[in-house]
Design a protein around this ligand. Sequence first.
Ligand SMILES: [Zn+2]
Length: 126
Amino acid sequence: MVPRKKFLYLPEAVNDSFTIFPSDGPVSAPEPQDPTPPQPPEGPAGIYPCPCCGYLTFPVPKEEAIAYICPVCFWENDVFDPGEDDPSDENHGMTLRQGRENYRNWGAVREDLVGFARPPRPEEVP
Ligand SMILES: [Zn+2]
């Protein structure tokens, strides 16, 4: 008696239909967004002078105007009050002297902010 040998026909894995998805490579970083220009607050009229342009755009003394951005020259107040030639962290390392010079040349402390700055109001002229 011939023993019946059972063949288990296991499905053979044939991967010729297996699609290898084309590699997209490393996920690309999102496009850097346009930096949003700082927006000066629409606050009360200033009565204290901006350390950069000198117009009375600060509603509080510069010692208290934390991160206040002058709407006229766009100097960002640095409460640590760096000197004329000390780089200001709030202004990307710009010195107050450089900021003043830029304001005189362009009408703002940074050329790309010129379009956002506004002329001083009559009551802001010291
Ligand atoms: Zn100013």
